[in-house]
Design a protein around this ligand. Structure first.
Ligand code: IMP
Ligand code: MG
Length: 196
């Protein structure tokens, strides 16, 4: 019989399996951003985005899989009409990832021409993924193109385009939860934690 998970509460102490049955027997080093912090920041981002797009069609494009939780919360905080679609990108493999070669596995059917495109990403690390996606999307002549990332590690020396909306500056640690995974685990944690 599993006990209910305790709320994360912003503690910076280890969370063990007995406290959170979602953790697969692993422990996380600390909770970097708890549910309350995330909800508050997502609300602010929603307001920023609402104010930034006074007119025109807005298409919020979530980059799967990592953005799915963030995107679901974010769009509900944007107080204007919008459409939602998704992109699935895949790198060709380890060796080529460092060269930033990314291909689209799922491509939105929507015509991007003339629309404001807001690309939503979970975390910006090296920036290679976003560099490549930016080029792919820019070719389709959107009215504007901007990036919104929940987390930004600020180590992306190769990043050619600004991240206009950033949730949190991320610590330089491997983070999981709220959509982010490690080997497909931990995406469903309602908080962002650093893996031990
Ligand atoms: P980039 O091309 O190096 O910026 O890679 C970004 C992608 O790598 C993100 O969309 C994540 O899927 C993954 N990633 C980067 N850092 C982390 C992390 O700390 N935890 C989980 N996934 C990460
Ligand atoms: Mg990932």
């Amino acid at each position: 019989m599993m006990t209910a998970a305790r709320p994360s509460g912003g503690r910076h102490s280890p969370v063990s399996e007995t406290e959170d049955p979602r953790l697969l027997g692993r422990t996380v080093k600390r909770i970097a951003f708890d549910q309350k912090q995330i909800a508050g920041r997502v609300r602010e981002l929603g307001a920023e985005i609402t104010a930034a797009y006074p007119d025109g069609d807005l298409l919020v494009l979530g980059l799967l899989k990592g953005s799915f939780v963030f995107l679901a919360d974010l769009v509900r905080e944007i107080q204007r009409p919008l459409h939602v679609d998704f992109l699935v990108a895949s790198s060709y493999g380890e060796a080529m990832e460092s060269n930033g070669l990314v291909r689209l596995v799922y491509d939105p059917e929507t015509d991007l021409a003339g629309q404001h495109i807001l690309l939503v990403e979970d975390i910006v690390d090296s920036g290679h993924t976003l560099n490549r996606l930016w080029d792919l999307l820019a070719e389709r002549r959107p009215k504007s193109l901007a990036i919104c990332a929940l987390l930004h590690k600020h180590i992306a020396t190769a990043l050619r385009h600004p991240t206009r909306f950033i949730g949190f500056d991320a610590p330089h640690e491997f983070l999981v939860g709220y959509g982010l995974d490690h080997a497909e685990n931990f995406r469903h944690l309602p908080y962002v934690a650093s893996l031990q």
